[in-house]
Design a protein around this ligand. Structure first.
Ligand code: GSH
Length: 303
């Protein structure tokens, strides 16, 4: 079944997934979502999760790149997102790039924007949902740029032995995560002074162009309504894994993302272990869907 990406062009985590499709040379369907709330098409499927990106495979809905990449890996194992010798350690590096380093790159990129460059509605959305005052990022921009440049220097040091990618000859999840951060700084023309410094570091320019050359696979546009119809016509795939104590199968739980005030996703627990979280829920138009999350970064509580 063709995966469907719910995303918008400027999202760095969406760029990670678009490039992941390129790495695997996959065909996919593209649904454009707003970059602020409300996102009615997306939340009809997720039950509340409103971050970007989300990937849908039939009636299975994957929230967060930490759940999306393993799902795409299962759909098409080769070439792998976790090539040897790093293997699963790709996830640890990606988690650092997508965690503390994500804010550093957002600050380096958006902090360079002049006052008034961002719409008021976008500033209000990020303040209400994440407590982030993007309108004030410019004050801390030199600090954030220093953090992002330090990460770029570490990447340069890693590539100094002549390897093509972080783990050797093949690109993997770590490369995708580091790439999407630097891509975001490069995408904001106001941050050119910082992106130029990053790309000038030994090895980074060549690596960045090798990553960009992976492309985005083969997307086809569909509407949010078509994606909902696809979910309605499908049934969730059988769920693997297990359920950690003290929770039990079928128990109604709330899943909340760390650091966001977005609505929790309520559903009947089908999986809760280090491999991920799955809840089943009955969507108004899409019918029975399975909503999947990574375990890291999500809080699960009885509802
Ligand atoms: N841990 C999540 C982070 C996703 C994330 O923070 N995405 C940003 C955009 S790049 C976001 O959702 N911003 C708010 C929005 O798009 O509404 C992941 O790996 O997918």
């Amino acid at each position: 079944m063709t995966p469907i990406l719910h995303h918008y062009a400027a999202s760095p985590f969406a760029e990670l997934v678009r490039t992941a499709f390129g790495l695997k040379a996959m065909a996919w369907q593209s649904v454009s979502v707003p970059n602020i709330l409300p996102k009615p098409g997306q939340t009809e499927l997720t039950g509340g999760y409103a971050r970007t990106p989300v990937v849908q495979i039939g009636a299975d809905i994957y929230c967060d790149t930490g759940a999306i990449l393993p799902a795409l890996e299962a759909l098409q194992p080769s070439p792998s997102f976790y090539p040897a010798p790093l293997g699963a350690a790709h996830r640890m590096l990606a988690s650092w790039a997508g965690g503390p380093q994500f804010l550093a790159h957002v600050g380096a990129a958006m902090g360079a924007m002049p006052p008034g460059a961002l719409p008021d509605a976008f500033i209000a959305d990020r303040k209400a949902r994440f407590g982030l005052d993007v309108g004030q990022l410019s004050n801390a921009s030199p600090h954030f740029a220093s953090q992002a440049l330090t990460a770029a220097q570490w990447l340069s040091d890693t590539l100094a032995d002549g390897r093509d990618f972080v783990g050797g000859t093949a690109a993997g999840h770590a490369d995708l995560a580091l790439y999407s951060n630097i891509w975001f700084v490069c995408a904001i023309p106001f941050a050119k002074a910082t992106s130029d410094r990053m790309l000038a570091l030994a090895g980074i320019g060549g690596w960045f162009h090798r990553m960009a050359a992976l492309g985005h696979g083969s997307p086809t546009d569909i509407s949010a309504d078509e994606a909902i119809d696809i979910a309605a016509a499908a049934v969730p795939q059988p769920v693997g894994g297990s359920i950690d104590a003290p929770f039990s199968a079928g128990q109604v739980v709330a899943v909340r993302g760390d650091g966001s005030g977005d609505a929790p996703v309520l559903g009947r627990l089908a999986r809760l272990d280090s491999g991920g979280i799955t809840v089943l829920r009955d969507a108004e138009r899409a019918g029975l869907v399975a909503v999947h999350f990574p375990r890291l970064g999500q809080m699960v509580t009885p509802a």
